[in-house]
Design a protein around this ligand. Structure first.
Ligand SMILES: *Cc1c(COP(=O)(O)O)cnc(C)c1O
Length: 358
């Protein structure tokens, strides 16, 4: 077996233990004579898996019974549309913080439905960053306020999340469960699964039930949060295998502990930022106060060197380092499951590369 160090932004690395456990279970799931992908989603084996996934998430996120834990297909991108369709009435305003690519994508969908106020706009700022608290202008009586906790492409992350008067909604696709958050401050949190939770196939939606009740009741059933709540995320066939992988990943994370995982994430990122800051060859892309612990972005002196860096790193077993096509540069995505040794290997590679090409 030869596993590489996978710095891909998503779909992304999964814990080796989880992959091996899934492999052992694959052909004959616990004596059922079939795989988890082949059985009824309403049978007792699969129901137990989905219930465990939900219970693990409740524990890890510290959720009270006021919240529902939903799995909805269509990824984070469908949530960009479902959120305003449910809660942004024709005469209402929703506040959005425009912090970069993903926030802008959410705003674009909301504008198809209703009125958007940009509570702050640092979408195109260089260095990339999140807004300062003093820049934020919230609308009194807004239907909701939306933030993107971590901009996966630019590598900027909120270090302390705002608290708002309007119901606060966060796209946490790329840093969910990487650090403790106070879920009670949010009306809704959503995250595409394929970065820090498991394989692609759904978005996790954590929503306060009384907030969901305010949703537009004229929408088709699949687009209403209340439908998914009333049916325990089984209104239609859920993406069973992806949710099974989520159950294993959250079980793995519980063994580790979220506080410990957060310490390790901060430590991993700090090592890479120290390597970036050690000279003038590498340049961090994000403002220091907002550097992401999940997506570490940096530049080299020229695009030619960046291409060579990625090519040679790939040959050394360090893959997926090319920055997003819209911005270029280098991006090392180091989600929960990314091993500490992989970070050490990249730091060593960066030193060697600078010696040869700097
Ligand atoms: C990846 C990503 C998305 C898009 O997720 P899909 O599941 O592909 O729709 C949205 N927001 C953020 C912050 C992301 O990182």
């Amino acid at each position: 077996m030869s596993r590489i160090y996978n710095f891909s932004a998503g779909p992304a690395v999964l814990p080796l233990e989880v992959l091996q456990e899934a492999q052992a279970d694959l052909v004959d799931y616990r004596g059922s004579g079939m795989s988890i992908m082949e059985m009824s989603h309403r049978g007792k084996e699969y129901m137990a898996v989905q219930e465990e996934a939900q219970a693990n998430l409740r524990e890890l996120l510290g959720l009270t019974d006021d919240y529902a834990v939903l799995f909805i297909q269509g990824g984070a991108s469908l949530q960009f549309a479902m959120l305003p369709m449910n809660f942004l009435g024709r005469d209402a305003v929703a506040d959005y913080v425009n912090s970069g690519h993903w926030a802008a994508a959410a705003i674009k969908q909301a504008r198809l439905v209703g009125q958007v106020n940009q509570a702050a706009n640092c979408e195109k700022d260089i260095p990339t960053r999140m807004p300062e608290a003093s820049e934020l202008t919230w609308t009194p009586g807004a239907a909701y306020a939306h933030i993107t906790s971590n901009e996966t492409i630019s590598g900027a992350q909120w270090k302390s999340l705002p608290v708002t008067e309007a119901p606060l909604v966060a796209d946490m696709s790329s840093d969910i469960l990487s650090r403790p958050v106070d879920a009670a401050n949010f009306a809704m949190i959503y995250a595409g699964a394929q970065k820090n939770l498991g394989p692609a196939g759904f978005a996790l939606v954590v929503i306060r039930k009384d907030f969901a009740e305010r949703g537009n009741k004229a929408l088709p059933a699949m687009l209403r949060y209340t439908t998914h709540i009333e049916n325990g995320s089984m209104y239609n066939t859920p993406p069973c295998f992806s949710i099974y992988m989520l159950a294993l990943t959250t079980r793995w994370l519980k063994r580790f502990g979220l506080a410990q995982m957060h310490r390790q994430n901060v430590e991993k990122a700090a090592r890479l930022y120290a390597a970036i800051d050690s000279g003038t060859f590498y340049r961090g892309t994000a403002a220091k106060a907002f550097r992401s612990d999940m997506n570490v972005t940096f530049r080299l002196p020229t695009e030619e060197l960046e291409a060579r860096f990625c090519e040679e790193a790939s040959k050394a077993g360090l893959k997926g380092l090319k920055g997003h096509r819209s911005v270029g540069g280098i991006r090392a995505s180091i989600y929960n499951a990314f091993p500490v040794e992989g970070v050490e290997r990249l730091v060593q590679f960066m030193k060697d590369f600078e010696k040869r090409c700097g």
